[in-house]
Design a protein around this ligand. Structure first.
Ligand SMILES: *[C@@H]1O[C@H](CO)[C@@H](O)[C@H](O)[C@H]1NC(C)=O
Ligand SMILES: *[C@@H]1O[C@H](CO)[C@@H](O)[C@H](O)[C@H]1NC(C)=O
Length: 256
């Protein structure tokens, strides 16, 4: 009888002791996310979706917009911006679950860039692999759509970044990375709301810039990216503040 009690006691003590490190490692595994944004002006501060996205983050989640106006996948490296992204990852990967959004195409697609579609895709693959090499997670974000509608086609915006979108999808597949298909979502949305409503998000006092976003456009398309990121990476869902009203309007194809 005594032996039985002793054994039971020992076993329960053991299981109590072993339960503690398990709980601790589970807590340690759930590091808060940090987002470092690599991209061109359609991500950058003042005209891109980047800051609209970052403002949806709930502390201790945080992020930095390293988007650079005019950047191609080549010039982003040559100008030291990519190195800056990598430094942020290295400095934070022990404490945070680091994600790097990668969104290019608007400048790469210009003939003057001298970057072929194949090279563009390879550059995206290289970015994704470097992020993975540091123990962080790449999110390949296909290019934000422009809001150019051919005359008489008020619900059929010109699909001018089609090939760049496919390259981003292919690069994600090649590297086993997550695709955040902003191009498809933004094109679908502006087609749903139509030409007139889509121009409301344009940059500049005259709202003639159909590529970049004004402050309200940053909020709306930043929300779209946040929703796409949560859908693709449910683990970060608790770190993003929702706005169900705005999300519903976007999903229903209604102007926000
Ligand atoms: C949209 O535009 C494209 C090319 O400009 C055209 O091929 C397509 O038929 C159009 N779609 C509709 C629904 O009008
Ligand atoms: C949520 O979205 C709605 C619709 O666009 C907007 O009016 C409201 O201000 C937003 N709420 C917050 C807290 O940002």
């Amino acid at each position: 009888m005594y032996l039985y009690h002793l054994l039971t006691l020992t076993l329960s003590t053991l299981s109590a002791v072993t339960a503690i490190p398990t709980a601790q490692s589970a807590a340690a595994a759930a590091k808060p996310p940090a987002f470092f944004l690599a991209g061109d002006s359609t991500t950058a501060i003042n005209g891109g979706w980047g800051n609209g996205f970052l403002t949806t983050l709930k502390s201790p989640a945080w992020g930095v917009n390293i988007g650079k106006s005019g950047a191609t996948t080549n010039s982003f490296v040559a100008g030291g911006y990519w190195k800056n992204v990598m430094t942020h990852v290295k400095d934070n990967v022990d404490e945070f679950d680091c994600y790097v959004t990668i969104s290019f195409g608007h400048n790469d697609q210009k003939e003057a860039s001298g970057i072929s579609l194949a090279q563009f895709q390879q550059n995206l693959v290289n970015f994704a692999n470097e992020v993975k090499g540091l123990g962080a997670k790449p999110l390949l974000v296909s290019s934000l759509t422009r809001r150019v509608f051919p005359s008489g086609q008020d619900h059929n915006a010109t699909d001018s970044l089609h090939d760049q979108r496919l390259a981003a999808i292919a690069a994600a597949e090649q590297t086993g990375s997550t695709i955040v298909d902003l191009n498809a979502a933004s094109l679908k949305y502006v087609n749903a709301i139509g030409n007139t409503a889509a121009q409301v998000y344009n940059y500049g006092d005259d709202r003639k810039d159909q590529t970049h976003l004004n402050p309200w456009g940053e909020v709306v398309f930043g929300r779209m990216v946040a929703d796409l990121v949560v859908e693709a990476v449910p683990a970060v869902g608790d770190s993003i503040v929702r706005n169900e009203t705005m999300t519903a309007l976007i999903n229903d194809g209604k102007p926000v």
